[in-house]
Design a protein around this ligand. Sequence first.
Ligand SMILES: [Fe+2]
Length: 474
Amino acid sequence: MVRGSWDAAARPAEQEVTRSVTTQLSPATTGRWTDHWTADTLASRYDEIRARTEQLAAPLSPEDQTVQSMPDVSPTKWHRAHVTWFFETFVLAEHEQRFAPYQDKYWFLFNSYYEAVGPRYARAERGHISRPGAHDVGDYRGNVDARMRDLIDTLDEGSLDKLAGTIELGFHHEQQHQELLLMDIKHVLSVNPLQPVYAGSPDPAGAPDRLGWVDVEGGLVEIGHDGAGFSFDNELPRHRTFLEPYRLGDRLITNGEWLDFMADGGYDRAELWLSDGWGRVTGEGWRAPFYWQQVDGTWFEHTLHGTFPVDPSLPVTHVSHYEADAYATWAGKRLPTEAEWEHAAQTLAGEPAPDANLANADTFHARAAGPPTGGLRQLFGDCWEWTSSAYLPYPGFHPAEGAIGEYNGKFMSGQMVLRGGCALTPPGHTRASYRNFFPAGARWPMTGLRLADGGASGDVNGGVNGAITGGIER
Ligand SMILES: [Fe+2]
């Protein structure tokens, strides 16, 4: 029984383990980060990241922040504490003089999955914990923030260089949890019959939009992070891969198109589905995307800014990989591989545009694609895009030694890769090489799909890798 681990007798061993696991990161083994941090820029970025988490939690009451509505969802206050624990465990424990944990049992309570750090409280029972409360977690955050600023201020240049990578990993870790905080509170609020609102307001309805196609020649291409700026270890090493000519849908699949799939028996036709997916359809009664509900013949969608009739012009969101794959089969197409997605993104789009629908847009929901551009719309932001690629190590991948090596590598089994980011992703936290991953049946993340098709059509007029034709096809 997990609660047995609260026994104080277990504490010294846990702390001993904790102090021995922290490792110095090196770009060769764990990823890349910004090259030139100073104490001022590191402290400034630290404050910025930490303040954003509190800003996202601000609309939520202590009661909101305590609820865990299903095992995959963590309470808001747990996210706020866990990202703090990350800095305390991987930075302060190793580098702060006269280090002492803020609270002994927090080591146990706010460890997520790091076996090397020691035992942890059961993930599915995080909602059972009423104390520390949301305000207590704020005190914990304030304490660690003050100690982190002191540490950064007192590091000499050599120590700063060594530690900057770990602190920067903490920034990107906290950004991941900022996105999860929003995905999770969306589910928490969805189970409340009062249909509470988190924040924001819906965009005006968009115009119906025909799907276009962008042709990509393929060939022997390189994917993986190129070493400029931060990346997680799972984006490395950059390597060659061969792509047959292919085409990608120029935008995400919409709610309107999903309604067509449903009207054509999409959730009733076993021949469209992967076997495991059909098992979920029949076993769990899937009839529509996760947050859709039919009332008096009208489909409504729960969003962070309220519950509204389904807007046909918006991208479909909160569908599993199984549903995305079934839709693609129904449409006579397929999902892109992660290599196809990344090659197209890096050659045709580069980095996310300033107006991408990421979390700084404060829409908290996918928005309509807008007019055709001849290129790929909605590539970054709106919805994470399911690919047909299993989440596996790249050739030559090596996780870091020690606890930090558990960050990504140990999850490379039974999950599918998603690309692009969503309306809840912090700006600066996604890029062409970013590999997100979830189990194929996951529906609570903000996920959608873009279609792919094999082989460029006969009217392709591009002659180099990445050439596009922008032809329209229904
Ligand atoms: Fe985490």
